[in-house]
Design a protein around this ligand. Structure first.
Ligand code: AMP
Length: 437
């Protein structure tokens, strides 16, 4: 039969292999320690959600909803979408499980994969992972500051290089109303110089004009009114307190009045960490306050603050993590009896039988090793004895037990010694050798 054509992973997706899996596990362990230490509980939400959740939660005028969602119809004609972000699902879960009845704020964290139909390039994928944290049910500026500090600590521990934190406030929706009108007037006045995309969003989402990379638009935006000058006294005070608490925690930041972020739900604090080490896709993680979102999703009015950071971007911008070798205590090798038997001209049945027996003995040792709390592996690849010793060495095995029917040669790969002992005493000898007895 001719070999079938290979099938590749879809564009913008990737496999996580070997070392990468290890580095990701380190990131997850650090995120867990930092966030759970601060009272955040892990949450898992479904990969598929009702499309309506994102249309309403993320906002109809956003890039995500307009062009980046992977949506499908289920059998009943309902539209479902592969989650493009984590905040709306967490708020949906908060409402669905009546979490407003718990002690507030409710703090939740996740590390999950997300899906966006984007132009794939380095650091930008169609399936990617985010670690995120959301605190629901408190307007306290300390919630904003703590949330930002926790991400700063995580990025610091992961060695994210050339890190910058930009910070701003979008005010509450009331103070934004007047500003919106002023900005729209400014945009209309200079409409001819704006990018088509910006022009088409003057009504729906004028703030996004600050994100445009179009040269003409950038020039017009340089003289645009700034939202920070329009904050209500309350919003300005909230922002001042967030800044003060960041100073207390010695987290440095730049106030950037042009920071608006791509999602519609933000109110008051918004922030973004970037890394200049990343090139074009410099965003590492960001977030902000979203005080109206839970209500928009059918819940009682509830304040919210959170962030999400890209796992791949953290790893790309992070220092080379130290290679954590995870050596094993014991490698169980199969003796050469069967090969010797072949040389002596025994018939095939006996030869095969001998292999089966040493495999059984090895398997028993393996099980005993694990119940004694040792890390152990056995030969599964049909290697010669020499091959098995080389393989055990590459695994960093401390001991190798070369199992024959009744007797076993126990080799100390560190000390170099070897002793022949009864097969049923192997684990005892290894434990004694490791001084755990
Ligand atoms: P956002 O939810 O758009 O605010 O994104 C938060 C973070 O997720 C960004 O700063 C990136 O680190 C990461 N991210 C967003 N979109 C992608 C993508 N398509 N591929 C890889 N990482 C992404």
């Amino acid at each position: 039969m001719s070999r079938a054509e290979k099938i590749k992973a879809p564009r913008g997706t990737f496999d996580v292999l070997g070392e990468q899996a290890g580095v990701r596990a380190t990131l997850e362990a650090r995120a867990r320690a930092i966030l759970e230490g601060a009272g955040y509980e892990r949450i898992e939400t479904p990969v598929l959600e009702a499309t309506e959740l994102f249309a309403r939660g993320v906002g109809a005028s956003t890039d995500i909803v307009q062009k980046e969602m992977f949506s499908l119809q289920d059998g009943g004609g309902r539209s479902l979408t592969l989650r493009p972000e984590g905040t709306a699902p967490v708020c949906r879960a908060y409402v669905e499980h009546g979490m407003h009845k718990r002690k507030q704020p409710v703090k939740l964290w996740y590390l999950s994969s997300f899906f966006r139909h984007e132009r794939a390039q380095a650091g930008r994928y169609r399936q990617f992972w985010q670690v995120g944290a959301e605190a629901l049910g408190s307007e306290d500026p300390a919630v904003d500051a703590e949330s930002i500090v926790l991400l700063a600590v995580l990025l610091g521990e992961m060695g994210v290089r050339e890190r910058r934190l930009r910070l701003s406030s979008l005010g509450s929706s009331e103070s934004r109303g007047e500003y919106r009108e002023r900005l729209q007037a400014h945009l209309r006045e200079h409409e001819a110089s704006l990018a088509e995309e910006v022009r088409s969003r003057i009504e729906l989402n004028p703030l996004r004009a600050f994100d445009s990379e179009h040269e003409g638009t950038r020039q017009i935006m340089a003289s645009a009114p700034r939202l920070l000058d329009f904050l209500s006294a309350e919003d300005a005070e909230h922002f001042a307190q967030v800044r003060d608490l960041l100073d207390v925690a010695q987290v440095s930041y730049e106030v950037d009045p042009t920071l608006v972020r791509g999602l519609d739900y933000y109110t008051r604090t918004v922030f973004e960490f970037t890394s200049d080490a990343l090139g074009a896709q410099s965003g590492v993680g960001g977030g902000g306050r979203y005080d109206g979102l839970v209500e928009r999703l059918g819940g009682v009015p509830t304040a919210g603050m959170g962030w999400a950071a890209g796992v791949e971007r953290i790893l790309l911008a992070g220092e080379e993590p130290p290679l954590v070798a995870s050596p094993i205590d014991l490698f169980v090798a199969l003796g050469e009896e069967s090969r010797e038997a072949r040389a002596e001209g025994d018939d095939f049945d006996e030869l095969d039988g001998s292999r089966v027996e040493s495999r059984r003995a090895a398997f028993e040792i393996l099980a005993e090793a694990r119940s004694a709390g040792l890390t152990a592996q056995m030969e599964l690849g049909g290697r010669s004895l020499k091959g098995q010793l080389g393989y055990a060495n590459s695994l960093g095995a401390r001991y190798v037990a070369i199992v024959e029917r009744d007797e076993t040669a126990l080799k100390d790969m560190q000390g170099g010694g070897q002793e022949r002992i009864a097969t049923d005493t192997v684990i005892h000898a290894v434990l004694r050798g490791l001084r755990t007895l």
